[in-house]
Design a binder for this molecule. Structure first.
Ligand code: HBI
Ligand code: FE
Length: 285
């Protein structure tokens, strides 16, 4: 099997087309060097366009730890140099970034997280796909995911998630656990001192979804519930129908740290919940 076929079959990838990245020069852990000379002026210009548009909106729509982390990274000028960011991250929480060609298989992805390494796609999207792309690029991965890695509790949560991923693979429960990544790390909301704010990377790297998730009366927002999340299907190609809202990151960490096998066992007897379902026991926010 080719490398990209292996990645596609085991990454939970949302794609039915060939992967964009070049997987020919990867190391055993799927990393590649981030060669800054590969970025042309138009790539930096596109980063600045996305960055400026998103940072304005984030000021009123993102939670404070995200904004603090983003400010400390100081990446307004162009596609960030991961080594420079690593100096900041290592000092803050011990995390580091590693460049990858795109999606990587689940086992490699979970192993990196379990060791406090976050894989970041090095390439940036094209001008004609500013608002929607299928695979994660450097703007999604870096702007969306990296700022919160400097928050101590969220940083610990991401490592726990990687460890849970390794355990879920052994138990054949990756599909269920992936819903936790989706509804929290990608599409999570939090209620903080400023009100309802976003922290998920899928939200905060998207102009449209940031407004939809935080402002839209059509969005269904309910209190965090681990079992409800693990049972809930999700949408790949539309804004989410439901968002889960944390009280704080400690709540997420506490719910996710124990042995999840008994919970998977309990949920096996229950039906999945459709992405658009609204249940009587939900706690609307
Ligand atoms: N690879 N680069 C990359 N980024 C991801 O977010 C990612 C991945 N491989 C697998 C994967 N995600 C999923 O396993 C999880 O999100 C559950
Ligand atoms: Fe992501």
């Amino acid at each position: 099997m080719s490398i990209t076929a292996k990645v596609l079959s085991s990454s939970g990838a949302a794609t039915d087309h060939a992967l964009r990245g070049d997987y020919n020069e990867i190391a055993a852990d799927y990393s590649v060097p981030q060669d800054m000379s590969r970025y042309a002026p138009e790539h930096h210009r596109l980063w600045r366009f996305l960055f400026d548009r998103q940072v304005k909106l984030a000021k009123t729509h993102a939670c404070k730890p995200f904004l603090d982390g983003l400010r400390d990274l100081d990446v307004a000028d162009g596609v960030p140099d991961f080594e420079r960011a690593n100096k900041i991250l290592r000092k803050a929480t011990g995390w580091e970034l590693l460049a990858v060609p795109g999606l990587i298989p689940n086992d490699a992805f979970f192993d990196h997280l379990a060791h406090r390494r976050f894989p970041v796609s090095w390439w940036i999207r094209e001008e004609n796909e500013i608002d929607y792309l299928v695979e994660p690029d450097v703007f999604h991965d870096f702007f969306g995911h990296v700022p919160l890695l400097s928050h101590p509790v969220f940083a610990d949560y991401m490592q726990i998630y990687g460890q849970q991923g390794v355990a879920a693979m052994a138990a054949g429960e990756v599909k269920r656990l992936s819903r936790l990544y989706w509804y929290m790390v990608e599409f999570g909301l939090i209620k903080d001192a400023d009100g309802l704010r976003a922290f998920g990377a899928g939200i905060l790297s998207s102009y449209g979804e940031t407004r939809h998730a935080v402002e839209s009366p059509e969005a269904y927002r309910i209190g965090f519930d681990l079992k409800r999340i693990l049972r809930s299907e999700y949408r790949l190609d539309q804004y989410q129908a439901v968002y889960f809202v944390l009280d704080d990151f400690q709540q997420l960490f506490d719910a996710s740290r124990g042995d999840l096998l008994p919970i998977y066992g309990e949920l096996a007897a229950l039906p999945d919940i459709k992405a658009t379902d609204r249940l009587a026991e939900d706690r609307p926010i």
